[in-house]
Write a protein that binds this ligand. Structure first.
Ligand SMILES: C[S@@+](CC[C@H](N)C(=O)[O-])C[C@H]1O[C@@H](n2cnc3c(N)ncnc32)[C@H](O)[C@@H]1O
Length: 262
């Protein structure tokens, strides 16, 4: 595709990910999250990779670049929900002090033309990528229909799910070798080392009604073992918290990345 044409198309899309499309074109992603570094990713050469909640596909294209033999990006929510309508609804809920009905995302706000997939589709075309797109809520699509993959990327999705243990169980059922779980985790000064689950009421975390649970590292690791992963390695862990004589109950949020092995 000609550079001018590509740039014009890039500028029509609201991007989550900053993706280098080559020829000096980088998509203007809104995400501030640093992409995973080499030491934060498992080997992918010759592997099959499933990227759950892949959005614009940054991590899927990275997996392909790292030599994965097959990559599938599975997403649902951001691809199909009419965000402008949903945001208006959320604003009304905030004004009234009520919880939104999340089920409307798949009914009233659902746009079957998948406008939110435009970024993934354009990046795939520009990169000449073979990454496959699969539309669906990974909690609802049967394992037989998704398949089982050597490597499963589960990045930035766990805190969006209403049933975290069930979600990890589903991740386990889709994983042949290793799953990479990246999440917004918690540490509570004075309670380091404890297995804690923090429920975010309403839009408490980042003003997003779709954020539900933050886990401590211990809780995540224990839940991964509970659903059948044999071992885990934490590749980005909790910050060092100064010890205190007095227990405090305010939790801090940080980025946690764990590799879970089958
Ligand atoms: C915070 S974004 C993370 C995007 C990307 N994985 C990353 O790390 O940059 C969360 C993504 O998970 C997707 N998602 C949330 N719940 C999902 C579900 N049940 N099934 C499939 N995708 C889901 C959203 O649509 C969105 O693309």
């Amino acid at each position: 595709m000609e550079k001018d044409k590509l740039l014009a198309k890039v500028n029509e899309i609201q991007w989550c990910h900053s993706i280098d499309l080559g020829d000096g074109v980088v998509t203007p992603g809104l995400s501030k999250t640093r992409p995973l570094g080499d030491h934060e990713l498992p080997a992918m050469e010759g592997k099959s990779v499933l990227d759950i909640g892949g959005w614009d596909g940054l991590n899927s294209f990275l997996a392909e670049k790292r030599g994965a033999k097959r990559v599938v990006t599975l997403d649902h929510y951001v691809w199909g929900v009419d965000m402008s309508q949903r945001n208006l609804y959320w604003e009304k809920c905030k004004e009234k002090g009520t919880f939104p009905d999340y089920r409307l995302d798949e009914t009233e706000f659902w746009d079957p033309t998948l406008p939110g997939r435009a970024g993934f589709d354009l990046a795939k075309e520009a990169l000449g990528s073979k990454v496959e797109a699969k539309v669906g809520d990974f909690m609802k699509v049967p394992v037989d229909e998704i398949g089982v993959f050597d490597v499963v990327l589960f990045l930035g999705v766990l805190y969006h799910l209403r049933d975290p243990l069930g979600a990890l169980e589903k991740v386990r059922s889709l994983t042949k070798e290793v799953a990479v779980i990246e999440t917004s985790a918690i540490v509570v000064p004075g309670y380091e080392g404890e297995s804690l689950v923090r429920y975010y009421s309403a839009d408490e975390l980042d003003g997003d009604f779709g954020n539900y649970f933050g886990l401590s590292e211990e809780a995540l690791v224990s839940m991964l073992k509970c659903v059948g992963f044999q071992s885990t390695v934490t590749v980005a862990g909790p910050p060092v918290v100064k010890s205190t004589l007095f227990r405090k109950t305010r939790s801090k949020v940080y980025r946690l990345i764990v590799h879970a092995y089958v």
